[in-house]
Design a protein around this ligand. Sequence first.
Ligand code: GLU
Length: 304
Amino acid sequence: MIGTIATARDYVGRFAPSPTGRLHLGSLLGAVVSFLDARCHGGRWLVRIEDIDPPREVAGAAHDILTSLSAHGLIWDGEVQFQRHSLDQHEAAIRQLIDGGHAYYCQCSRKRLIADGHQHCYPGLCRDAGHTEGALRVRVDNMPIQIQDRWQAPLNQVLSESPGDFIIRRRDNLIAYQLAVVIDDATSGITDVVRGVDIYDSTPRQAWLQQLLGLPQPRYAHFPVIVDELGVKLSKQTGAAELENANALGNLRAVLAMIGLPTAELPRSALPEQVLKWAVTQYHDQLLKSRANFISGANHAPIG
Ligand code: GLU
């Protein structure tokens, strides 16, 4: 284990959506679970818009996400953070990694790496090439990294076997998610990261960067994501329906039922804030732990 583990007393959690579209049932689940977990621990719940990838950003999405969170009673603490405002901190971390000999420029094209069969593990081709421009990669080693997770089995990964030296700043100068998330979580004092299990295998890379940069490691809890009958994650790319804010109650009931809360006990007339207050008293992370997978209905209809 690297770094410190948060205690319940000083819990700071977060929801960190990318503004690539409006909320759907899958992203609402992420917001609700991270919110309930924070509130159950008497903690703070922050919202960070991860807007450092302009080509993927959808105009108006950040505003729509925040409006939707509010409409569902998901009220965050403090100011909303926008990741693009932390670019100076990201660059400072990059400088620290370069100066420490941990990062190097790479000029391999994705096309060439795929053609040569290196799509799953970068074999360090540019490690000693001395390039002064290109994508920036961080060196990894062959020591296993173990991640403890509150809801998943521990994860053991040897980064040199997969994914190899990974990108922290792209050729087009955009900061990679792995680096930005580590810096911003540390800057905000995040003690607990609660997010979908689809990101679980990124966590060893994040732990590696935390170690190199001397940053504390938050506690992790990855929840099952909503998948279709074929096991494909519900997402904007797979055609997830955008949430109707006017149906906030139905949407909340749907995700709370997935977590295993007895939503039939809820009065039909409850307001979103009241529903969430009730959910905080009902929520127990064992409920989430015991749910293997959330399968969405074809039309994403509210369940329960
Ligand atoms: N921005 C990421 C997403 O929307 C979440 C990253 C995280 O929670 O670490 O999928």
